[in-house]
Design a protein around this ligand. Structure first.
Ligand code: ADP
Ligand code: ADP
Length: 228
């Protein structure tokens, strides 16, 4: 079974704006895929379907063997655990008094306690190089550090698929480079929404181009970028 299988996904917002028109995407376990496309193409709308935040259109979204069905709360909870989304603004994801508590929040919410919780927090923070700031308030960190902590909050859930919305945005060159190295070393299926073509080329062997609510291209990143 693929990690992610989106089939015939069509969606209109309540005001009637048709954002997606029959999107088909299959992503295998361990693949790293960039999701490219102009503003308004439907990238955010597609991402918000991957864990059932948005639903109610046509088509199906499957994660592993599970199908998103808003009426099946138990399956939806499991899908939300499997699909970790790092949003563009880290400050949407960090709201606890310390970095450690922010990273513990998700797994604690899943019922994980004690040594296992400590292990998850330490592992996630060490993967993003932020273990040494675990006791500090997130607001005292730089933007680049907050973005890395936001990645750790999602990694601590041990997702099968890591979805990143514009991970390199607002980073200085050093922060951009550091994050690329961190992401390169993660062993997880990855879908990265980005306008940063060098980032896509470096980190994602495959790219999708979404345009006007349809997949306009899907293939090896170097070839797609050469055709742009
Ligand atoms: P991005 O390209 O970063 O996804 P967008 O400009 O597409 O940003 O949208 C930013 C936010 O504004 C989105 O989360 C979306 O829900 C909202 N939005 C975009 N277009 C509309 C619209 N026509 N009506 C209402 N909300 C919208
Ligand atoms: P992208 O992330 O690629 O910029 P979006 O998924 O945000 O694109 O938007 C796709 C289309 O849906 C755009 O036409 C946008 O204006 C519209 N849209 C996004 N959010 C909303 C919303 N909350 N209500 C109505 N239309 C929206």
């Amino acid at each position: 079974t693929p990690s992610l299988d989106v089939s015939g996904l069509a969606y209109a917002y309540p005001d009637g704006t048709q954002a997606l028109y029959g999107v088909n995407v299959t992503i295998g376990k361990g693949e790293r895929v960039a999701l490219l496309g102009p503003n308004g193409a439907g990238k955010t709308t597609l991402v918000l379907h991957l864990n059932g935040i948005l639903h109610g259109g046509l088509g199906t979204v499957r994660v592993g063997g599970l199908t998103v069905d808003p009426k099946d709360r138990k399956t939806l909870r499991e899908i939300r655990r499997r699909v970790g989304i790092v949003f563009q603004d880290p400050d949407d994801q960090l709201f606890m008094p310390t970095v450690r508590e922010d990273v513990a929040f998700g797994p604690a919410n899943l019922g994980i306690r004690g040594d296992e919780l400590d292990r998850r927090v330490e592992h996630a923070l060490s993967r993003v190089g932020m273990l040494d700031v675990a006791g500090r308030p997130p607001q005292h960190l730089s933007f680049g550090q907050r973005r890395r902590v936001a990645v750790a909050t999602v990694l601590a859930m041990e997702p099968e698929i890591l979805v990143l919305d514009e991970p390199s945005s607002n980073l200085d060159p050093a922060g951009r480079r550091e994050l690329a190295e961190i992401l390169r070393d993660l062993d997880v299926t990855m879908l990265m929404v980005t306008h940063d073509l060098p980032y896509a080329a470096e980190l994602c062997p495959r790219s999708l181009i979404l345009s006007g609510g349809v997949i306009a291209a899907d293939g090896p990143t170097p070839g797609l970028l050469a055709d742009e």
